[in-house]
Design a binder for this molecule. Sequence first.
Ligand SMILES: *Cc1c(COP(=O)(O)O)cnc(C)c1O
Length: 379
Amino acid sequence: MKKIEKETLAIHDADHSQTYKIPASLNPPIITSTSFGYLDEEQVVYPRYFNTPNQASVAAKIASLEEAEEGLIFSSGMAAITTTLLTFLKAGDHAIFQRGLYGGTYNFIANEIQKFGISVSVPEENSVEAFENEILPETKLIFIETPSNPLLKITDIEATASFARRHNLISAIDSTFASPVNQNPFRMGIDLVIHSATKYLGGHSDICAGAVAGSKRHIDRIRPMALSFGGSLDARTCYLLERSIKTLFVRVLRQNENSEAVAGYLDRHPGVSKVFYPGLVSSGSYEIASRQMKGFGGMLSFELKKADPVAFQKRLKLIRPAVSLGGVETIICSPVMTSHRHLSKEEREKEGITEGLLRLSVGIENKKDLIEDLEQALL
Ligand SMILES: *Cc1c(COP(=O)(O)O)cnc(C)c1O
């Protein structure tokens, strides 16, 4: 070929798939390209088609951690949730959602989903008997979230899955709080397992991502919707997520251990009126939680008897008042001041969310230091 000019040289690289001879690499390369050759490929590869090498690699990893056939990775937990819901629900359909949902999901079903002609029911109780009462001829889907936020209520996963099968419904779960370490709902018969990967899967409070895992048949239905909504994840974040997942088990097992110690400490403290943690026999959830979870997770909530919750948070030296959860550091937040601030006092009372309620996301520090910090702040 004729010698090409510098302007052209500056742009045209060789075909990297041919020229980059990568030495046996322990980690995946980050392929940031948004343009891929197509002539000799089986499929057209493009980030918003959810099929780049980095996307496919991390999605497959999450699917295998959930013992599911396939997965899809999204740019946020909410992208995973809304894309999944709008795949399986259409105008005229009805869906049942459990009580005590993540704020973003609740907002979507309270204020947005009706615009698509979809109706929803949220029964008082998260039991199969209560779900049965909501069944209509047009009911198509049941959505649960366990453990729930912020009161760590536990919904029976196997009972929900068989309820869904009996009525020919799609069953979906937000399993974020448990992570794939503590709970594998697909194996218990749930069709679709959703995670906000921003939390435990990411684990370092520095990436935003979401995931859904299920059978190939169901994931194949979600993919075209995902492609239209466009909530895809970029290669660099895929890489960080994949890297984080390598330490998922080490982190979450430590978080299980730390939160058990912290919950036990708070439960015995005279300044604490109530502790919400599925690992406490007194929680009322212990029996179901022990059956369906391998560990109780790193989340717990508690109510202060008298102390001012803001002053209490300010007295903490190590534990930081901050939003979100699932990171290596222990953080605390007041649901009334954060996730549930838009609810009226009556709505909050109905949900059991009081002014004195505080939610802890327990990290991987030494548990002695965490308990000492709580001790000096509780006075
Ligand atoms: C954070 C969270 C979500 C939403 O995830 P984003 O990544 O913030 O979109 C959904 N469900 C639960 C339980 C969460 O904690």
